[in-house]
Design a protein around this ligand. Structure first.
Ligand code: PRF
Length: 375
């Protein structure tokens, strides 16, 4: 058993648990900072630990293209390569193929695409994506899936969802026929698809549960549908997915989306928001988002969030960080990134404590009220 439920909320579906990996225990709910190319942009692994990050995410698509499997294997896997000794999850690359590469062709066998780096033709299959993740050595592997656009027709989503089930079966079979390379264990999650169609989601979730994965991700969300639709699918998933396995909502999201998903039983999240927005000078605080590039902070010598317990809020003023951004000093975007990672870690950590105390819903409502006042 690599997942243990510690507390289930009595008035919502929220829960707190522990997910065990050979690189450490992950307390959930948890947010995973994104380190696509084996780097959480501008942040060193020891700094991630200082912000209390428990697990990070990297991408099979990018790492397969560069540095490639030969170098990754010589490095002894991603943990040694980047000197991150904590847990790491890799997305399968399917989603990135759809968003980054041209000329992709999806067939039963897999997906062929043109590399966005050098234009060469490549193929991902459910099997070789498992092989690449064995070489990367991630603690949690994701199978190849197809994430249809939110505007796709129901019939397309139905057929694609059925193919994603067959791909999941092939991934699971190949996973059970292959072994980890570096002495630490690896887990394989399943990814449900089906868009916002309740019947298609039900078929997808049931088929994946029958295949018995180590955890279950809800894919195909946050692709442009209204948040209420996503919440409805999460409520449905909660009734279909096993209680004693982790649930991961892929690519989500804003603080508000995250808390509403935790309320509906989600345990794990990843999103580029804290890192990407940080590089644009947008910082997250308990009082909402701020754009530190704005001239209105040029003489504001107060902390970003007075009393927030991290180095950025303790040591630097809004005016100083605004100045760094304004003159293009790289420290500016790094401090904004650190603030955001620290904030998202605080958010899920606090949600966890509030679930344990039985006060999650009240806390969520009062937090969001304060947070959204300046949003
Ligand atoms: N599938 C995979 N990765 C993802 C998604 C998905 O559907 C999403 C959904 N927006 C984010 N990342 N494999």
């Amino acid at each position: 058993m690599n997942f243990r439920l510690l507390h289930t909320d009595t008035n919502t579906a929220a829960r707190c648990a522990e997910l065990y990996t050979d690189h450490g225990t992950i307390p959930t709910p948890v947010f995973m900072p994104v380190g696509t190319r084996a780097s959480v942009k501008s942040v060193e692994p020891h700094e991630l630990k200082e912000q209390q990050a428990h697990i990070i995410l990297a991408n099979t698509y990018h790492l397969y293209l560069k540095p490639g499997n030969a170098i990754m294997e010589k490095a002894g896997g991603v943990h040694r390569f980047m000197n991150w000794q904590g847990p790491l999850l890799t997305d399968s690359g399917g989603y990135q193929v759809y968003s980054l590469s041209e000329l992709r062709k999806i067939t039963e066998e897999g997906v062929t695409f043109k590399s966005h780096l050098d234009g060469s033709m490549l193929q991902f299959t459910p099997e070789n994506v498992v092989d690449t993740q064995r070489i990367i050595g991630s603690d949690i592997l994701m199978p190849l899936d197809e994430c249809p656009s939110s505007t796709a027709e129901r019939e397309y989503i139905r057929k694609s969802g059925e193919m994603t089930i067959r791909w999941a079966e092939r991934a699971k079979q190949h996973f059970s026929l292959t072994r980890p390379l570096y002495g630490h264990g690896q887990m394989l999650f399943g990814i449900t698809q089906g868009g916002t169609h309740a019947d298609l989601r039900t078929i997808s979730a049931k088929a994946l549960v029958d295949l018995d994965f180590d955890g279950y991700a809800t894919g195909g969300m946050a692709v442009g549908e209204p948040a209420e639709e996503m919440y409805r699918i999460l409520e449905l998933s909660h009734t279909l997915l096993p209680e004693h396995k982790p649930r991961y909502l892929m690519g989500v999201g804003t603080p508000e989306n995250i808390l509403n998903a935790i309320e509906r039983g989600v345990d794990m999240f990843d999103c580029v928001i804290p890192t990407r927005e940080g590089r644009n000078g947008r910082v997250y605080t308990r009082h909402g988002k701020m754009n530190l590039r704005s001239a209105k902070y040029s003489e504001d010598f107060s902390s970003i969030d007075e009393g927030f317990d991290n180095d950025v809020c303790r040591n630097y003023s809004r005016a100083y960080i605004r100045h760094l951004l304004n003159v293009g000093e790289i420290l500016g975007l790094k401090l904004c990134t650190l603030q955001n990672i620290s904030f998202f870690m605080w958010l899920t950590r606090t949600a966890r404590t509030q679930i344990q105390n039985g006060s999650f819903r009240e806390w969520k409502e009062s937090f969001l009220e304060q947070y959204k006042r300046n949003d």
